[in-house]
Design a protein around this ligand. Structure first.
Ligand code: GLA
Length: 718
């Protein structure tokens, strides 16, 4: 193989690799699309990736490769660290480099020919860079032990601020920002799931980057177990770059063992570059996620989930009544949550006993499922397959199936994990769930995971954390293969398992256990950085939110749940006529606008002071919906000009308010004069230039309220 420079470009992103046969390939550039059609420019781009040699340094310029190993002189968290038979695997050289239009594949070998590493880099049409790394043991003896496998890409110095998300149960996705100083920022938890505090998209960007502007380099590791995201900046830099960004599975305590003839494929690392702020980051993730979901996609059915309506108090008559009323409102999928199976009268017992509890159903569950279908709705059911209550038939019959370690002693919500590294456990789950899917005609599974798995040890006290996540994928793969058309929602005490490792198996993520619309505004906005609206579960709850005890208006709750895969989680039998009518209209509006809501480009405006403007804009920018939201009271006493992101400045739009004829209320005597016709049910024609560049004063609203505006482009004159 000769030394080559490879440039791949797509969706506004360029990646340039410099590939020398005597070393592992290095990324020369990952960022905005550049024109490097002239070979000389390409070569110069590669040559200029080498920095000066500092005092007290190696004698040759430092070059940090895609392996970011000690070999490169990289003193930070290693990209790759492994050994075989006690000998370190170092000195990798590139034996093959294959360039396709949007893809570069590198094959590396160590000098002892024990390991073959393949790094497959693909740019998707939205500009997302997918990096898949595999390590094959090509020796005839000895296991390869991999103690670090992080995909790390270089960042320029101007990526000076880091944004990541954190949170807790019922308050996921809270943003936090810091300046990127020298040192390592590492976010990850050994939770056996990404966690409520998952960084989701770990982003570094130019100073003050926001939703609408700034350059951003972001990474997301597609792994549903314990993963970490990392950014590290050392004084000596990383070649001519300043820092490294990436992540991988946490291997510190649980290395990967690769036996001769075996190959380990690391979870995909997803890298996104945007020069148009976080909206650009979301664009790249959404188009990637949508492309992967495109087969067989159909309109997302409006859901009613029974959890906050009934909790564990299930009975056929009430549910039939609830189902009838749901159908009447226009609901399309009726999901019975926890509490339906054997011994499950509270969270203390029954997990694992996946049999219909006839003490609850008296033989009527199949008939209820049929009743739901006859009312035009799909039937869905809740499962938590990976877990078991000690007080269950399963735990009593198969105590050996429970994952060991202290997780065995320390219950969490009264439950313990099953050991999914055991084939019999996986087979049992596949068979049991499959049988119920067939018997009951289940169209949808809410797949929950309500505890962390912090110490995943098997019976012999060996680590089984990776096997636990692989086991989950195996079970999901087999169930979805057996039941084409079955849809699955990934839930983990709300949003603790939202990651792209789940993407091949699920159609929806349960965003959070809180249905408080005020908390939801923030949670949904930030979950939307990764997850497109049609996969983001969003339900209307009762007047007083069960999780916060906050009372909010029906209108605010409806508007908040409108922008997602919407549903109801509320005992709708308590609705008065006016509320019932309102919910009905809301569902029918949702259906009318569903293709826009679930196929458009999601945008968020850069605003603070307790207000937000977010929306969806069609691909041609000829149709848009925006929610103008007031979260907390404004200090300013008059309305200010607000600019609408995502619209086409060359078009004219007709703007009207959706749903409500009630006056827009806020702490003012009158709302801005231009808005008055809209407020009273009319519409106004405004140019896209005014909306996007100048902005218009939007009404000042009371806290915890919102309005929705629909914009339709007017036909072009002539
Ligand atoms: C978790 C889920 C909830 C609900 C309960 C049932 O907390 O996040 O939505 O399904 O379990 O026990």
């Amino acid at each position: 193989m000769r030394d080559v420079v490879i440039h791949i470009q797509r969706g506004g992103t360029s990646v340039v690799f410099e590939c020398s046969q005597s070393a592992a390939p290095a990324v020369v550039h990952w960022g905005g699309a550049i024109d490097l059609t002239d070979e000389r420019d390409l070569d110069f781009a590669a040559a200029s990736a080498l920095p000066s040699v500092g005092h007290s340094s190696f004698d040759a310029p430092r070059r940090v490769s895609l392996l970011a190993s000690r070999d490169d002189g990289w003193a930070g968290a290693a990209g790759f660290s492994a050994e075989v038979d006690g000998h370190r695997l170092v000195g990798f050289r590139t034996v093959a480099a294959k360039a396709e239009e949007h893809r570069a594949i590198f094959t590396l070998r160590d000098p002892s020919d024990a390991a073959e590493v393949v790094i497959d880099c693909r740019l998707t049409d939205g500009g997302l860079l997918l990096v898949l790394t595999s390590v094959e043991n090509v020796s005839s003896h000895g296991c390869i032990t991999i103690s670090a496998l992080r995909t790390l890409l270089p960042l320029p110095a101007r990526a000076s601020e880091v944004l990541s998300l954190t949170g807790r149960w019922s308050l996921e996705r809270q943003p936090q920002r810091i300046n990127l100083g020298f040192g390592r920022l590492q976010r990850g938890g050994l939770r056996g799931r990404p966690g409520h505090d998952s960084p989701l998209v770990f982003s570094a960007g130019t100073e003050s980057f926001g939703w609408e502007g700034g350059e951003i380099w972001g990474v997301h590791i597609g792994w549903s177990g314990s993963a970490e995201h990392i950014v590290e900046r050392l004084p000596e830099g990383a070649g001519a770059h300043r820092a490294m960004l990436g992540g991988g599975v946490i291997l510190d305590e649980e290395p990967i063992e690769v036996a001769p003839g075996q190959r380990y494929l690391a979870p995909a690392a997803h890298f996104v570059y945007s020069d148009s702020g976080l909206n650009g980051v979301a664009d790249a993730f959404h188009s990637y996620v949508r492309a992967s979901q495109s087969a067989g996609r159909r309109p997302r059915p409006v859901i009613l989930n029974t959890w906050e309506a009934s909790y564990f108090d299930l009975d056929v008559e009430s549910l039939r009544d609830l189902a009838d009323q749901a159908a009447e409102l226009g609901v399309e999928r009726f999901v019975i949550d926890d509490g339906w199976f054997l011994h499950r009268r509270s969270s203390d017992a029954g997990l694992g006993d996946w049999y219909v509890d006839e003490s609850v159903w008296h033989g009527q569950l199949p008939a209820l499922a049929e009743h739901i279908r006859l009312r035009g709705m799909e039937f869905g059911l809740w499962f938590e397959p990976e877990m078991v209550n000690p007080d269950s038939d399963l735990a009593r019959t198969h105590p050996d199936w429970i994952l060991g370690g202290d997780v065995r002693r320390r219950t969490w919500r009264g439950q313990q994990p099953l050991d999914l590294s055991i084939a019999a456990v996986r087979d049992h789950l596949v068979d049991r769930i499959s049988a119920l899917v067939t018997e009951l005609g289940i169209a949808y599974i809410k797949w929950d995971h309500n505890r962390e798995v912090v110490l995943p040890l098997d019976d012999t006290r060996r680590w089984a954390g990776h096997a636990q996540t692989e086991g989950l994928y195996d079970v999901l793969r087999r169930i979805t293969a057996r039941h084409p058309g079955l849809e699955i929602e990934s839930c983990a005490s709300g949003g603790a398992r939202i990651d792209l490792g789940m993407l091949p198996y699920v159609e929806r993520f349960w965003t959070s256990d809180t249905n408080d619309p005020l908390e939801r505004q923030t949670i949904q906005r930030w979950t939307g950085l990764l997850v497109p609206p049609e996969m983001l579960g969003s339900h209307v709850g009762p007047d007083v939110a069960h999780t916060t005890q906050r009372a909010t208006s029906l209108e605010f709750r409806l508007i908040t749940a409108f922008f997602g895969h919407t549903g109801i989680e509320w005992d709708i039998r308590e609705l008065d006529d006016a509320a019932r009518q309102r919910v009905k209209e809301w569902i029918s509006e949702h259906k009318r606008l569903r293709s826009l809501l679930h196929g458009g480009r999601a945008v968020v405006a850069d605003l603070d002071n307790g207000q937000s403007l977010h929306g969806v804009v069609s691909e041609e920018a000829d149709h848009a919906l925006f929610a103008w939201v007031r979260e907390s009271s404004a200090v300013a006493s008059t309305a200010e000009r607000i600019r609408f992101p995502g619209l086409d400045p060359r078009r004219r739009y007709r703007m009207r308010r959706l749903f409500s004829d009630a006056a827009v209320r806020g702490p003012v005597d009158t709302q801005p004069p231009w808005f008055v016709p809209i407020e009273t049910g009319g519409c106004v024609d405004v140019s896209g230039a005014v909306l996007t560049k100048l902005g218009v004063p939007l009404p000042l609203l009371h806290p915890a309220s919102a309005i929705v505006l629909e914009l339709v482009a007017l036909p072009e004159p002539g």
